[in-house]
Design a protein around this ligand. Sequence first.
Ligand SMILES: O=P(O)(O)OC[C@H]1O[C@H](OP(=O)(O)OP(=O)(O)O)[C@H](O)[C@@H]1O
Ligand SMILES: Nc1ncnc2[nH]cnc12
Length: 154
Amino acid sequence: MTGWWRDASILGDLGGALGGLFETEEPNLVMGTQSRGSLLGVLTANSLGVGFAEVRKNPSPSADSDAWWRTSTAPDYRDRHLELGVRRSRMQSGDRVLFVDDWIATGAQARACKRLVEMSGATWVGGSVVVDGLEDASLRRQLNIRSLLHIREL
Ligand SMILES: O=P(O)(O)OC[C@H]1O[C@H](OP(=O)(O)OP(=O)(O)O)[C@H](O)[C@@H]1O
Ligand SMILES: Nc1ncnc2[nH]cnc12
């Protein structure tokens, strides 16, 4: 996957392609998880002309723990339960949030991100991913996932 990023023309097109899947829904904020979700999320946010909220995995306990929305994931594609956290100040009621990632498999990380959005009072617009490898097809509608490629095309 990350090998694609070595190609300047693919890199140049990725943000616009991912943002284009949700242009008409007019998100005003992109969120993405550490690390590839953040890299792609920034490219996408930049192409949509909006800001980016970084979601940290297992953020270390900090003195300002009240300043974070946190939730745990169901087992993800590597059977990990991760704690995801986003700073409260980065996402607020009224925001229309687009989730971006390189790949979706169990959807555990995307579902946890949706909970973070709901905790903040913001609106989940959907998820724009490069590869849709969803194991449970019903999540595609539930999370409003759109993709550039399906795993079968790889
Ligand atoms: O649908 P799921 O089962 O939740 O899996 C998909 C997630 O897992 C991968 O990230 P990973 O945690 O490997 O992190 P990385 O971006 O740092 O490689 C991928 O980039 C997605 O974020
Ligand atoms: N980056 C990734 N995320 C989730 N599942 C994968 N399977 C292969 N690569 C993956």
